[in-house]
Ligand binder design. Sequence first.
Ligand SMILES: Cc1ncc(COP(=O)(O)O)c(C=O)c1O
Length: 373
Amino acid sequence: MSSLERLTRHAEARLERLRAAGQHRSLKPTSRGPEARARRGGRGLVSFCDNDYLSLSCDPRLAAAAGDAANRYGVGAGASRLVTGDCPLNGALEKRLADMKGMEACLVFGSGYLANVGTIPALVGKADTILMDALSHSCMHAGARLSGAEIRVFRHNDVAHAGELMREAQGQVLVLTETVFSMDGDLAPLEELAALCEQHGAWLMTDDAHGLGVVAQTNPAPIQMGTLSKAAGAYGGYVCAPAPVIDMLTSRARSLVYTTGLPPPVLAAAITALDIMRDEPDRARRAMANAKLFCELMGLPAPESVIVPVIIGEESRAMAISDALEREGYLVTAIRPPTVPEGTSRLRVTFAAGHTEDDVRGLGEALGRAMAA
Ligand SMILES: Cc1ncc(COP(=O)(O)O)c(C=O)c1O
């Protein structure tokens, strides 16, 4: 058998296993538009599953800023930031982010994923310990594994459990958590975790991917990462920290050093998005009001963020409900293992500034019908 045949057979065997486990995924071309609208397979739909919480990704002001930047600086960065890829828009964006977060300095990365996989191994290594919340995002796990540190996982939002693990930890301890949990939409007890870290000389690092511009939370963590691909409607990741930490990451974070800088149009769009977040606080209020209305309609507890999980349990049922909603004109993705624990397949319903009250009521009614079927 040739190498090519062996490769093809290997892929086919894995695909078969994925299909048997119901874990085969496929891409669905989707054209997104303003105000939470989308087109898929020639049909117009209302999207309740993206992370464009402030409905900024299709805002003409972001598009105009991107176009201007493309004309001025080009569409690509051309090189790593440490070579010639450090277009001045990086510095401008970093200054805005640091000011917004009340932090000393900031470093922009190619994405949130790259920020986590670069920062965590630059902070701790083999002799150290990482304590992380059980629901931390996959890219925090990836960064933790790359660091070589011992990884201990504490029960979700359980500070007492984190404290128990802290007492057994070796070397420098880095504690990782999300500010707003991506799949459950609940908030981390940041003050309590920070107090625990202070008591033990540990460092707290938070992932604010789903909080920036939407949830105003006091965050005492000295290392705060996040992304520009969700509420900011653009792309890119960042880490805010004391200036010497940022200086060190600039030399040591491999996912900054060995990859091309962000495209200037993306940087310009992100800067414009941060301006809009500051000038139009009503966007976050509208998104939150939509989430509250949905929870009232569905008899769910009041939401802590604009992410509302509707736990279904069985994977096939979650998929069937998602399909039924799409037939009625609503896009709500079913999230299933391995993204969430076995038996907790769910609809991850997300709310945006662009949804109208009628959109939310329509979704509630369609979901009621789909769940009763
Ligand atoms: C909690 C969390 N962290 C990080 C990321 C990665 O961010 P990005 O999409 O910018 O790579 C995501 C995105 O899915 C996320 O949900």
